[in-house]
Ligand binder design. Structure first.
Ligand code: COA
Length: 514
């Protein structure tokens, strides 16, 4: 008998891992478990009372853990004898994906055998009993984990990006000289080049930023360095890195993650830092809680987009932000829940892929605000959905759902709508395999996809991305000399040698990105 399933747990991966290794939690979660005692580091003895159809028996046996890869996966093997009832043996592969700092997706695969009287009950009855045991186990385990999560400190098993380190490392190219816009001097990029002193607290940074805002009396409508720092320090944009994947989260939940001018300005430096970070192989862009992004912050327009000059500067900042995302040399995936509107759609289209929740809603309501969507955003829309759909979206300013977004090519994948898992037997599918899957989660699907890309050669991906993006944005955007240089650099790289060597001995290549 074989089965697979998954459970979404509202706790950090480390906490779930600790629970999976705690005999007390396991005992409380295994249905009918009377005793579970550790006998060696990774071995336990157990007694479990189990009922399958008409047969009820007490199984005594041992449980061992192998293939242990903390905090990600192990194999749990349980074997026991129920006397006259027969015997049972199960290998359970468990793996943990950290979806968010405090959300973990647990996947499991079970292979089980029974013998003796039990085996005579037939596979239908045994499958149903095993399914029920697994469901009961995860319900009880989830309760245990929830209780622990409530009282635990937030060990996230990932790295929350150090915003202050970023402030000290803003690259030269993020600093743009003041530009003449419509006869008036304005600054189109933030310049936060002051490194923060070691040991200085975020509170102090914020206070310093505030006092700087007051003392320099900024031009109305122009975000200052202090405002951009404020975005970072107050975590209006959050960054979390785990398993080579960075998750960038827009975090203004009360405004449905609407983008302020300072947020547009803050993101390029974050992208630049992630590009240079060798521990990051893919970037996911998402919104906190139920929405991706309801577009630009409209009330703020009175202050930062009130006249033609400000509007022009504002669009420059939006384009610079979206370009920074599009130009990242690593794969990017927008994870879209709830509303993805206007400027939010531009952010999403700047990523290489878009994975949406089934209830996500899209739209570009520029025609409801008398705004012309910018050149770059319009070109991205056109290349994704074609001329007729682009016109329908822009002229109509109507919202459309995830299914439509998928049909017209605006999103690549809608969670829960992918092909059924082929590893399930027909019987398992008929018995409601869907119910065993965590409800369609675009983050889980995006992470799984990003993980598959993270193993491929970074130079190859970066080169293909440069060529494809350049071609999609029009021939003028593609610098052929740079394209040739990228192709030559890949051909001379250690990774190219590694790829050939791995192929020769039929092993997985380990790419370094150089
Ligand atoms: N800018 C600033 N705040 C926004 C916002 C935006 N683009 N979109 C939503 N919000 C705020 C609302 O003002 C509200 O704040 P409040 O509770 O302080 O009043 C909060 O988010 C919740 O939005 P609300 O309108 O109450 O929710 P809803 O479910 O009725 O509608 C939307 C949600 C997204 C459909 C609606 O808010 C909307 O149309 N927003 C504007 C979208 C837009 O035009 N974007 C393009 C900008 S270029």
């Amino acid at each position: 008998m074989e089965m697979v399933g998954e459970a979404r747990l509202e706790a950090s991966r480390q906490l779930v891992w600790d629970a999976l290794n705690d005999p007390q939690v396991l005992q409380a979660s295994i249905p009918g478990c009377e005793t579970l005692e550790r006998t060696a580091e990774n071995e336990f003895t157990a007694t479990v009372v189990s009922k399958v159809g008409p047969i009820k028996a007490r199984f005594a046996g041992k449980v061992s853990l192998s293939n242990i890869s903390p905090p990600k996966s192990y194999t749990l093997t349980g074997e026991g004898s129920g006397g006259a009832a027969g015997f049972a043996k199960a290998d359970i592969e468990v793996s943990l994906d950290a979806l968010e700092p405090t959300v973990t997706l647990l996947r499991y695969g079970v292979k089980a055998n029974v013998g003796g009287k039990l085996a005579q009950l037939g596979s239908r009855m045994i499958d149903a009993a095993a399914r029920k045991s697994a469901d009961d186990f995860f319900e009880l385990f989830g309760q245990q984990v929830n209780e622990r999560a409530k009282s635990a400190s937030t060990a996230t098993n990932g790295v929350t990006f150090d915003i202050r380190a970023l402030a000290g490392n803003v690259p030269e190219e993020a600093v743009v000289a003041p530009t003449e816009v419509a006869g008036r001097q304005t600054t189109t990029h933030a310049t936060f080049v002051e490194p923060v002193e070691q040991g200085q607290t975020a509170r102090t940074d914020k206070a310093a930023a505030k006092s700087q805002t007051e003392s320099t009396a900024p031009t109305p409508g122009i975000a200052t360095q202090a405002e951009v720092m404020d975005v970072l320090i107050s975590e209006m944009v959050k960054v979390w890195i785990s398993d080579q994947i960075a998750v960038v989260t827009l975090n203004r939940r009360k405004s449905r993650n609407a983008m302020t001018y300072a947020m547009w300005l803050a993101i390029p430096a974050i992208m630049s830092a992630l590009d240079r970070n060798p521990d990051v192989r893919a970037v996911l862009l998402t919104g906190a809680e139920q929405d991706f992004c309801a577009g630009a912050d409209i009330p703020e327009f009175e202050k930062v987009r009130a006249d033609i000059a400000q509007a022009t500067a504002y669009e420059v900042a939006v384009d610079a932000c979206c370009d920074a995302i599009a130009k990242l040399s690593k794969p990017t995936i927008a994870v879209l829940r709830g509303y993805c509107l206007g400027g939010g759609a531009h952010l999403a289209m700047s990523c290489d892929f878009r994975f949406a929740a089934a209830d996500a809603m899209f739209g570009i309501p520029a025609a409801r605000l008398s705004i012309i969507y910018g050149v770059r955003g319009t070109r991205k829309l056109l290349s994704l959905v074609g001329l007729s759909e682009a016109k329908r979206i822009l002229f109509g300013a109507q919202r459309f759902d995830a299914e439509t977004a998928h049909r017209i090519g605006f999103v690549d994948q809608v969670a829960g709508m992918k092909a059924e898992n082929p590893s399930l037997s027909i019987w398992e599918r008929l018995l409601g395999a869907k119910a065993r899957q965590a409800p369609g989660d675009p983050m889980a699907e995006a992470r799984a996809f990003a993980t598959s890309l993270a193993g491929n050669a970074p130079l190859s991906i970066a080169g293909a991305k440069y060529l494809l993006n350049g071609m999609a944005m029009g021939t003028g955007s593609l610098d052929l000399a740079r394209a040739e240089a990228l192709i030559a650099a890949a051909a001379g790289s250690d990774d190219y040698r590694e790829g050939r060597e791995a192929f020769a001995v039929r092993r997985e290549p380990k790419f370094q990105g150089r």
